[in-house]
Design a protein around this ligand. Sequence first.
Ligand SMILES: [Zn+2]
Length: 54
Amino acid sequence: MVLPLVDQHRPKCHLCNRTFESVEKMRQHQEADHKDFVDFHKKREPAPGDVTVF
Ligand SMILES: [Zn+2]
């Protein structure tokens, strides 16, 4: 039995320290188990009062 040496290169959920086979699987996990966190980070709209001038 050979342990996977690529383990440290796998995407890791920094919220619960679990590793996943792919980024896609990690995202699915986060959307399922850390939905509040994901929703929070999806909102990239500027906060009220945060005026951006172009
Ligand atoms: Zn997690």
